[in-house]
Design a protein around this ligand. Structure first.
Ligand SMILES: C[S@@+](CC[C@H](N)C(=O)[O-])C[C@H]1O[C@@H](n2cnc3c(N)ncnc32)[C@H](O)[C@@H]1O
Length: 320
């Protein structure tokens, strides 16, 4: 399908330019898709074999008194990262964790969690960077490298994708692993953004409020693009797994009044503030037609039809 060329009477406001709307929609998206729960289960079942075991075989007896160096990019509140660190801690007694997160609110929550948690994650040496990936890279010590880099649903924000993948790889110790999760380009949101490129146009990231922090985000970035870059530069990787993130759009399709939750999900998947309330026009109709075409209808336990929009996500394990 070629990209539609249309005009909208009222310009649509990118979700990314509205910090509050972005976080509200993201939180609702997390709840609906159960992203955190799905990933926590995956980490519990699979992280050891894909990451811990491999890193231990490579570095277990080579670190001497040095810590395993871990880098988190776009770590947010650290919910996923701390689960990974706990797993790593079972094999590596010393870990230094470098955390990059430009949102002050999110990184503070991560710090609070570490302070309050009595488990193994407190016995890790943290270095906090309340900045963007780009800022971190430009200010870091030359030659610094990491044994493990984790970037979960943050590759969309760190800048031009090819440069970012190459930079991440450069920061990796030989023998190390990059753990990357991203949406695919051929399903759900990734396909929507590809079909309606103006929705995915580069925008400021939600957390970047000050001038030097302004970095563009690019929702054209997806795991399909990342994998083509990895192949281009012959960077070895394993496609460890895929999972689906589903949002419930039932009330848009079945009720006269779309509920606030469904409206928020329409905002999130289109990356547009108040998409549902935007002045109906060609753009709105074409995007909704697209969504309708890819909707999955499923019977609820009560026998009603439920309408889901699914986005597939890939878990990639990149090694050097
Ligand atoms: C969708 S969240 C994912 C958070 C976390 N990795 C997780 O899985 O729960 C993306 C995170 O990337 C952060 N971010 C935005 N722009 C960034 C940038 N330029 N560099 C690094 N992180 C960025 C956001 O503040 C946000 O916390």
């Amino acid at each position: 399908m070629t990209a539609p060329n249309f005009q909208q009477k009222t310009p649509l406001q990118p979700l990314y330019c509205n910090h509050d709307c972005y976080w509200i929609a993201l939180n609702e998206y997390y709840q609906q898709t159960q992203r955190q729960e799905i990933l926590a289960k995956w980490t519990e079942a699979e992280f050891d074999s894909y990451v811990v075991k491999v890193l231990f075989e490579k570095f277990g007896d080579k670190l001497d008194d040095q810590p395993l160096r871990v880098l988190g990019v776009g770590s947010s509140e650290g919910n996923q990262e701390t689960l990974q660190l706990k797993k790593l801690k079972t094999k590596f007694s010393q870990i230094s964790a470098t955390v990059i997160e430009p949102s002050t609110e999110r990184i503070s929550k991560y710090q609070d969690m570490v302070r309050q948690n009595s488990s193994d994650i407190t016995r890790i040496e943290y270095s906090w960077h309340n900045q963007t990936f780009h800022q971190f890279v430009t200010s870091m010590k030359a030659g610094q490298k990491y044994h493990f880099i984790t970037i979960i649903h943050a590759i969309y924000f760190v800048g031009e994708v090819e440069d970012s993948v190459r930079k991440l790889y450069e920061l990796l110790e030989p023998g190390g692993i990059i753990f990357l999760i991203a949406i695919t380009g051929h399903t759900g949101m990734g396909f929507l953004m590809k079909t309606f490129p103006h929705l995915a146009l580069e925008k400021q990231t939600p957390s970047a409020t000050t001038e030097p922090q302004r970095v563009k985000t690019n929702y054209f970035t997806n795991s399909t693009v990342v994998q083509s870059i990895l192949k281009k530069y012959q960077m070895a990787y394993t496609h460890a797994s895929s999972y689906i993130e589903s949002v419930d759009l039932t009330t848009y399709f079945t009720e006269e009044e779309t509920t606030p939750d469904t409206k928020l999900m329409l905002d999130f998947i289109t990356m547009t503030v108040k998409f549902h309330e935007s002045e109906p026009g060609e753009i709105f109709n074409q995007v909704m037609d697209f969504i309708k075409r890819y909707i999955r209808v499923k019977k609820s336990d009560q026998g009603d039809d439920k309408y889901y929009f699914d986005t597939e996500c890939d878990i990639l394990v990149i090694s050097k």
